[in-house]
Ligand binder design. Structure first.
Ligand SMILES: Nc1nc2c(ncn2[C@@H]2O[C@H](COP(=O)(O)OP(=O)(O)OP(=O)(O)O)[C@@H](O)[C@H]2O)c(=O)[nH]1
Ligand SMILES: [Mg+2]
Length: 774
């Protein structure tokens, strides 16, 4: 630790006087005002700049404080009655003997002009209880052990010889390393953290001092309390560093700062930073820098508390989050009965730290300190009260301003910062829009690309004037291919005319023209290509292609006509024209079963009841204007596709109603479900008309495997019709209610029976195309 201080000392650049520090404090004050001004004006960039400068100053001040604190070792022990028996100092720091203490070295390099007083020492240091320890350490080191903290053995702090507290090593060591199970730092980790101390010693010291400072206070009297508050504020100003405070006021002195403990705390501090997910940058980190000190402070306290078995329940209450300490060894009892000693201080402390820390934790920690310093000793700190207050204000200001201005305040990766999105569930398209986008018939004119013309050129170059013909051939024209794409659901995107690309012309130097690229027309699965009413292609599988028109061949260049008879052919042919066709594209819905019925029979309702499809349902005819396909799933993962076909009325084959154009969708259905409205009179007549219309569209279509679904059984009169219907038809009748879902299970089971029967016929090689398995 001492090495860390030594490394920081050069930064002070010469003699540091109280005037210098005061000047810097004034500068900080000015900076704060500027920051607030800019903040109010909304100039965040300037704000950030000034905040960084301020942070730098604060760190610098803390560094000076660190470098000067070791004067403590020269100073007499503070008048603490508890010192010998309790507290960290009482803990015995006998170890001054340890090589870890570099107090003697630091004394040599102590800044001149700093008035070391016992009072200051006591104020700054962590306490009187440490003073003896440090003295002892100094003595021991002068006896020859002048090694620095760099020579710390790679052992735990508690066991380090240089920091041999008289107490059981386990107590201090466990506290420093910490952490215990709750923090999980091991001795190796604490050791490794030590290696970083050179860089972070200031931080350590500041944080440590912060934690140490509150111990003095033992605010016993009201007047002294006020003084102490000033002192506390100063601490808050300088990164809540007690050292900084002492520096400002009195040039002070070494705080109580057992080096190893500082290391240990530091190492713990590092881990705590990691746990807190530090992702803020400079100005933000500065805040946490102090907060870290604070937290460290609050974490350190429990260690002491736990050292005293009597305080343990209290500490647990105050630090519920640090239950990992509960298993710490005890017997390090500085704070016996201290909690009742500083009730007022607790309150004040809580107020001071309330802006960035749980005041209760801090105050609770304070109460563990037995160091009963007299308030009179802090009289010199009164002069800093103003500075303290405004720096305390600064912190709260900065914290508040960061929040208001959003300067590096949050991480955008947080879910809380994510842009709120609306309901991801898209609104269902209305039937009208669906109809507009659903096209199941197209006439297309296809013109393949023409071939490129051949070139007629002759080679010529110096000394080779007659190089012969070198005209290249033209490229072939582009084909047009109709290709099935699974993603395409209708023929809406098919345009009336397609023109293939022409091939490039040939060039000189025997350059051939480039062949034109192929033009693809994407169509949905189930598209039938017809020409003059005759089916030329049935595209029922994804990826199937049909070359509708071929591009023209490219022309020949004059090089092609070179012969012995004609050494200089002047002939070059143009490219051929591409093929031209007019085709009809028809989409036939691919489904296993088709729902056929009159309008308002409840087809769409039934499909909704037995599948996941969501066709529109309304109490008016021709609600459904294009087919919808739903999938009925079974436990054995078999799936049956059911298509909802627009309603058919009597005379549909004469183009009444919607006509029978949509009946093409039934063509691919392997079995049919005739849906009858049982609430209507004589429902069997509906079945007769439906069959008639189907046969008008395609003879024999009504004789496909089918079932009769008697819908709307929930309505009155339907039950009477069911028996009459059964008397008129020989096929199976399944009474259901699509509205209530009544008996839909029987329909689903029967659907599976039809499906299985269909599969069996397929297995026997009926020769029919197998519908796409959904
Ligand atoms: N009470 C009762 N009403 C039903 C039942 N099934 C359908 N409906 C009603 O009948 C009306 C027509 O239902 P749809 O499912 O749109 O009939 P559809 O056969 O698809 O009609 P189109 O699409 O025009 O051919 C709606 O008001 C439904 O609520 C049923 O089982 N019981
Ligand atoms: Mg419908």
């Amino acid at each position: 630790m001492s090495v860390a201080f030594s490394s920081a000392r050069p930064r002070s650049k010469g003699e540091v006087t109280q005037q210098t520090i005061q000047k810097m404090l004034d500068e900080n004050h000015h900076l704060i005002q500027c920051i607030m001004d800019y903040q109010s004006k909304g100039k965040t960039a300037e704000c950030t700049q000034y905040q960084q400068i301020l942070h730098r100053n604060l760190v610098y001040l803390a560094t000076i404080a660190d470098s000067n604190q070791n004067m403590q070792s020269l100073l007499p022990a503070p008048p603490t009655p508890n010192m010998g028996s309790m507290g960290p100092g009482g803990i015995g720091q006998s170890g001054g003997s340890g090589p870890l203490h570099s107090q003697s070295n630091l004394n040599d390099t102590m800044a001149p002009g700093l008035p070391p007083t016992s009072m200051m020492q006591s104020q700054m240091s962590n306490g009187p209880s440490h003073a003896p320890m440090q003295q002892q350490a100094g003595q021991t080191q002068s006896a020859g052990t002048s090694s620095t903290s760099l020579s710390l053995p790679a052992t735990t702090h508690g066991s380090a010889s240089g920091y041999s507290h008289p107490m059981p090593p386990s107590s201090q060591g466990s506290m420093i390393q910490g952490p215990g199970p709750g923090y999980g730092s091991s001795s190796s980790s604490s050791t490794s953290s030590r290696s970083n101390l050179n860089m972070q010693s200031n931080t350590v010291s500041m944080m440590h001092q912060q934690s140490a400072t509150p111990h003095y206070p033992s605010s016993q009297t009201g007047g002294g309390q006020q003084q102490y508050q000033g002192q506390q504020a100063a601490m808050g100003m300088l990164g809540q560093s007690g050292q900084g405070n002492s520096m400002m006021s009195q040039r002070p002195m070494g705080t109580y700062r057992p080096t190893q403990q500082g290391h240990g705390e530091y190492s713990y501090q590092q881990s705590s930073y990691g746990e807190q997910g530090y992702e803020r940058s400079f100005d933000e980190s500065s805040q946490h820098y102090y907060e870290g000190g604070n937290s460290q402070y609050s974490q350190q306290q429990p260690q002491y508390q736990q050292g005293s078995g009597q305080q343990q329940p209290f500490s647990q209450q105050q630090y519920p989050s640090q239950q990992g300490y509960s298993g710490q060894p005890q017997g390090y009892g500085p704070g016996q009965g201290a909690s009742s000693q500083y009730p007022q201080y607790q309150q004040d402390q809580g107020q001071q730290y309330s802006s960035y820390r749980s005041s209760q934790a801090a105050s609770g920690a304070q109460t563990q300190r037995p160091y009963a310093y007299q308030q009179g000793q802090y009289g010199n700190y009164q002069q800093n009260e103003v500075n303290c207050s405004w720096l305390i204000g600064l912190r709260s200001h900065l914290a508040a301003q960061r929040k208001t201005t959003g300067i590096r305040n949050v991480t955008t990766s947080s879910a809380l910062c994510a842009k709120p999105r609306g309901n991801s569930q898209k609104k269902e398209l209305s039937e009208k829009k669906l109809t507009r986008h659903f096209v199941d018939h197209r006439n297309v004119k296809l013109l393949a690309g023409a071939g490129g013309k051949g070139a007629c050129t002759f080679h010529s170059e110096p000394r080779k004037e007659w190089g012969g013909p070198d005209g290249g051939n033209g490229g072939d024209g582009g084909n047009i291919i109709i290709k099935v794409e699974r993603q395409v659901k209708s023929l809406a995107q098919v345009t009336p005319v397609y023109k293939g690309d022409d091939g490039d012309s040939g060039g000189s130097k025997n350059c051939y023209g480039r062949n034109a690229s192929t033009t693809y027309i994407a169509v949905p699965v189930g598209t039938v290509v017809k020409e003059h009413g005759k089916t030329v292609a049935d595209l029922s599988q994804h990826g199937q292609e049909y070359v509708a028109v071929f591009g023209g061949a490219g022309g020949k260049g004059n090089r092609f006509f070179l012969s012995n008879e004609n050494r200089a052919p002047m002939t070059a042919t143009p490219g051929e024209r591409g093929q031209e066709r007019v085709l009809q594209l028809e989409l036939r819905t691919m489904a296993h079963a088709g729902l056929v019925g009159f309008p308002n029979a409840g087809k769409s309702s039934l499909l909704r009841a037995i599948s996941n499809a969501r066709p529109a349902v309304a109490a008016y005819p021709f609600t459904t204007l294009n087919p919808h396909v739903g999938i009925v799933k079974y436990r054995d993962h078999e799936q049956v596709a059911v298509a909802d076909i627009p309603g058919i009325i009597r005379g549909a084959h004469l183009n009444r109603g919607l006509g029978i154009s949509f009946l093409r969708h039934i063509e691919r259905c392997r079995f049919l479900l005739f849906v009858l409205d049982l609430s209507s009179p004589e429902p069997w007549t509906q079945l007769q008309h439906l069959r008639f219309e189907l046969d008008q569209y395609e003879p024999g279509l009504s004789h496909r495997p089918h079932a009769i679904v008697a819908n709307k059984m929930d309505l009155p009169g339907a039950r009477g019709n069911i028996e009459a219907l059964r008397g008129h038809v020989a096929q199976r009748v399944i009474p259901v209610s699509a509205l209530t879902g009544q008996n839909t299970e029987e329909l689903i089971i029967h659907l599976r029976e039809l499906y299985d029967a269909y599969l069996q016929t397929q297995g026997q090689g009926s020769g029919e195309d197998k519908p796409t398995r959904w």
